[in-house]
Design a protein around this ligand. Structure first.
Ligand SMILES: Nc1ncnc2c1ncn2[C@@H]1O[C@H](COP(=O)(O)OP(=O)(O)O)[C@@H](O)[C@H]1O
Ligand SMILES: O=P(O)(O)O[C@H]1O[C@H](CO)[C@@H](O[C@H]2O[C@H](CO)[C@@H](O)[C@H](O)[C@H]2O)[C@H](O)[C@H]1O
Length: 439
């Protein structure tokens, strides 16, 4: 038997969302909130813990359920047994917590049976889709940050204005905590939210890969996706601040690109020799005309868009790039970041096919024109809907694409090293003479 923190220490290292891969956390309890439980055999504790082994320390949100006995089948979701003899369970898998979570967000359902989404996720999604009622997904953030989480605020703003291009937002939970280093302040941040779980959808990435492999065009889908992207941007501009890019903003963006390149170059040696050419593209963008700044999706790619059976696109995961600090992800930004993100994603479809082709014959059958046609269609759809001539922003769009490819190189080097050639090929192309003359 162990203290609650000791129980969590070992268990956390086995969780997909634990960020300190390969080392034990050094946990300190920050807050403990006991939620009312409808199950007399269960106590619900919503913990915020600090991992001091990380520099800077990270904050985790860990809801757990304490029970005197082990319910049938609950063994695999047990966290441990504490010094009082209580068994601790992962809240996400325990009905006492999952139904309390819905109550907390004022989401009422007859059938509260739930399941945890099995995918490779940095957060935990709990799906309620039984009993013939409208299905709901609750997303439990694991790493928590002080301040707004854009994954809550952006889709909420769009839902409030009737936009159907995001799943309907239903509610959220905010947590409060103190920091011993700043005793005069108290902090708050989003811990979870609930939204419509969109049924009968296909993930844009899977769909695009399937189409490309079958030799089928993706032009109609990409055109519509371009339109939807422009509509989302219009909705965010309606709901949240918009302003012209000042010289100070532009200098800040360009400095940010250079800084990210410096960090990425230390992770990815192949970027080093390309650095002067990449920097030249960044510097050229400083003198280009910039469209207005506003809130954007921030990590826009085919894996973040779902296609309903009706053919409509729905956009999810407004959390922004996981490798960027939260305060950067909650500022006004350029809508070109999202456009560039999706353009990169079309290129990834071709790249992934080349990367996974078993032999030279299979590689030769991969059609590079697929990505070009899809990119054009997406831009056409965006331009038609927004009235913004993106092609007039070619140099700037190239700089955003290059910055995204540099981010991807860093992301792949850290997470999927065999995929690194995909963004590296894009970096080489975007700085090439051929690209410069097309600009
Ligand atoms: N509201 C929803 N309805 C249906 N599927 C969803 C919904 N939200 C997320 N998903 C699915 O779950 C996947 C992961 O969700 P996401 O928000 O991107 O989590 P993470 O930030 O942890 O990657 C998405 O790519 C999508 O396939
Ligand atoms: O986890 P997130 O969805 O927030 O995004 C991260 O992981 C993505 C990989 O799943 C990564 O996207 C890159 O790979 C995609 C294919 O798997 C491709 O469609 C994207 O264009 C490419 O950027 C994303 O960059 C990263 O933030």
């Amino acid at each position: 038997m162990n203290s609650t923190m000791e129980c969590l220490t070992d268990w956390m290292t086995r969780q997909r969302w634990y960020a300190g891969k390969g080392r034990l956390p050094n946990l300190l309890e920050v807050t403990r909130d006991e939620w009312p439980s409808e199950d007399p055999d269960a106590r619900i504790l919503v913990l915020i813990v600090r991992d001091l082994a990380n520099n800077p320390p990270s904050l985790y949100h860990v809801p757990i359920v304490l029970r005197q006995t082990v319910p049938k089948g609950a063994g695999p979701t047990m966290v441990g047994r504490n010094t009082d003899g209580d068994y601790l369970f992962d809240g996400a898998h325990d009905p006492a917590y999952t139904s309390a979570l819905l109550r907390r967000m004022h989401v009422h359902r007859q059938d509260r049976t739930s399941r945890v989404h099995g995918g490779e996720q940095s957060n935990t999604s709990i799906i309620f889709d039984r009993g013939g009622e409208a299905p709901v997904v609750a997303k439990v953030f694991r790493l928590v940050h002080a301040g707004e989480n854009p994954d809550v605020t952006l889709p909420s703003a769009l839902t409030a204005r009737g936009y159907r291009q995001v799943p309907r937002m239903l509610g959220s939970v905010t947590g409060y905590w103190d920091d011993p280093h700043e005793p005069s302040r108290s902090f708050s941040g989003h811990l979870a939210f609930a939204q419509e779980f969109v049924r009968d959808v296909v993930d844009g990435w899977e769909l695009a890969l399937e189409r490309a492999a079958a030799g089928d065009a993706f032009v109609d889908e990409a055109t519509e996706l371009g339109r939807v992207t422009a509509r989302i941007h219009a909705g965010l501009a309606e709901a949240m601040p918009v302003r012209p890019a000042t010289l100070g903003d532009i200098v800040g963006f360009v400095a940010g690109w250079h800084q990210r390149l410096a960090v990425a170059s230390s992770d990815v040696p192949a970027l080093r020799e390309l650095r002067p050419a990449i920097e030249a593209v960044y510097d050229a963008a400083q003198d280009a005309p910039w469209p207005d700044l506003q809130r954007v999706h921030g990590d826009y790619h085919l894996g973040q868009v779902l296609r309903r059976a009706s053919g409509e696109w729905v956009v999810v995961d407004f959390e922004g790039e996981p490798l960027r600090p939260l305060d950067e992800r909650t500022r006004v930004d350029s809508p070109l970041r999202d456009v560039a993100g999706m353009l990169r994603s079309f290129d990834y479809v071709t790249g992934a096919r080349l990367n996974t082709a078993p032999d030279a014959d299979a590689r030769a059958r991969v059609d590079a024109a697929w990505s070009r046609g899809t990119r054009h269609a997406f831009l056409d759809g965006y331009i038609a809907e927004s009235g913004v001539d993106l092609r007039a922003h070619r140099a700037l769009l190239d700089a955003f694409e290059l910055d995204k490819a540099v981010y991807e190189a860093m992301y792949e080097a850290r997470n999927r090293p065999t995929w690194l050639p995909i963004p590296m090929d894009a970096v080489r192309y975007l700085v090439s003479e051929a690209r410069a003359s097309a600009r």
